[in-house]
Write a protein that binds this ligand. Structure first.
Ligand code: COA
Length: 382
């Protein structure tokens, strides 16, 4: 019997799978960069649309390239009426991530490039998917509330369009900017679980929609994109700042994890959390009520102190403060993970395009631990 030479540790931690030029993370230093640009540079100066171009092309766009991308997103934001009709048949109590997964899978039926996996068609699919994710997520919410989905507006940003489609009113500049920064921060994160799922599926030469449907499924879990919803459920369960200490002590005693804390790669603060913490505080101050920020901060401080005491380098991740920020922006809790997807579709498609640009079927080996050379025993003798 020959076994694979060196079994990877559980969860493939620190295993390098393929070269990539899209995103770099230094988990020790807490550094995240897209295409060489530090996330802090991008969060402070850029827009989601520019970041989409950067992830797909490896460089920032010039004015005419950005205008061209804006126009392409504008032209593709509407989803087919057949899809909306199909979505109206989803159960009203469907979990939005399930609805998104199903809708995106079905969207493949209507793609003008269906069956075409050429580089040009893949790029067009990436544009359509990125343009349409926000429209679909907003439609999921409106349909379940008995409201008609709205038409996207031309000439406003992707973030502003999403808030318009969701709420039926134009967002303030501050609201649109807050969401725009959140979209920048969530756009890509190297070979995380959902992106890896997308690359594995794309690597079989399955269609882009199949790859993205895999990614949505992987994102939905509470150890990945689902954590932001769990954080808000925790804050709502705690209810008020005076109950935080007892709640956290109880969690420690039961040995339960606090959602939104810890990361498989970062050994220090997730740089995205730095921005979202600031955003949560600023949103609370603007609204004259910092309760959700204060509770989050107290939970974070208690967990960090406890982890330091135990010698573990565990800090807040991207999901911890996005929860309170989205809550204060009036976004329903079960849309937090779909909104993560509205941003991450840009990174997923960038990775699918990169994977297929130099494809190799992804096929690791198992470190087999079961029995060997067993003889078949008829069922009545077992
Ligand atoms: N709260 C309390 N303890 C935590 C913790 C948390 N959020 N995250 C990790 N730990 C502890 C574990 O209990 C474990 O302790 P032990 O060594 O005494 O058993 C240790 O830290 C390592 O945790 P583990 O889950 O094995 O590490 P990982 O590298 O797989 O963790 C996560 C990465 C993200 C899965 C983990 O931190 C987690 O579950 N966090 C909460 C979910 C979340 O926010 N996910 C979104 C990630 S962006």
């Amino acid at each position: 019997m020959t076994k694979p030479a060196s079994p990877a540790g559980a969860g493939l931690r620190d295993v390098v799978v393929a070269p990539s030029s899209i995103c770099f993370i230094d988990g020790e230093a807490g550094l995240l960069a897209y295409g060489g640009y530090n996330i802090h540079e991008l969060a402070e100066n850029s827009t989601f649309e520019e970041v989409v171009f950067l992830l797909w092309n490896g460089r920032l766009p010039n004015k005419s390239e950005l205008a061209e991308l804006d126009a392409a997103l504008d032209a593709n934001r509407m989803v087919p009426a057949e899809l909306i009709a199909m979505m109206k048949s989803f159960p009203k109590n469907a979990i939005p991530m399930d609805s998104l997964r199903t809708a995106v899978s079905a969207l493949a039926f209507f793609d003008p490039d269906q069956g075409d996996n050429s580089p040009e068609a893949r790029k067009r699919k990436a544009i359509r998917l990125t343009a349409q994710f926000g429209t679909i997520v907003a439609a999921i919410d409106r349909i379940r509330k008995g409201l008609e989905p709205l038409d996207p507006k031309p000439d406003i940003s992707h973030a502003a369009n999403f808030l318009w489609l969701l709420n039926g009113k134009d967002p303030s500049d501050v609201e649109a900017k807050a969401l725009d920064v959140a979209l920048i921060l969530h756009a890509d994160h190297e070979f995380n679980a959902s992106t890896f799922a997308a690359r594995v599926t794309a690597g079989t030469l399955a269609d882009v929609y199949a790859a993205i449907t895999s990614a949505i499924g992987a994102l939905s879990g509470p150890l990945h994109g689902g954590a932001n919803e769990q954080v808000m459920k925790m804050l709502l369960e705690v209810g008020s700042p005076d109950k935080v200490d007892a709640y956290v002590a109880d969690k420690f005693e039961k040995g339960e994890k606090i959602m939104g804390i810890g990361h498989a790669v970062y050994q220090t603060e997730d740089p995205r959390a730095t921005h979202l913490r600031r955003m949560s505080e600023a949103t609370g101050k603007r609204q004259g009520d910092t309760k959700w920020f204060d509770m989050s901060k107290r939970i974070e401080d208690l967990v960090v102190a406890e982890m330091d005491r135990k010698g573990k380098r565990i800090r807040a991740n991207v999901d911890f403060y996005s929860a309170s920020t989205y809550y204060m922006l009036g976004i329903p809790v079960d849309l937090y993970t779909p909104i993560f997807a509205v941003s991450r579709i840009s990174g997923w498609t960038a990775h699918v395009l990169e994977q297929l640009g130099n494809n190799k079927l992804i096929r690791p080996r198992a470190d087999y631990q079961g029995g060997m050379d067993l003889k078949y025993v008829p069922i009545d003798q077992r």
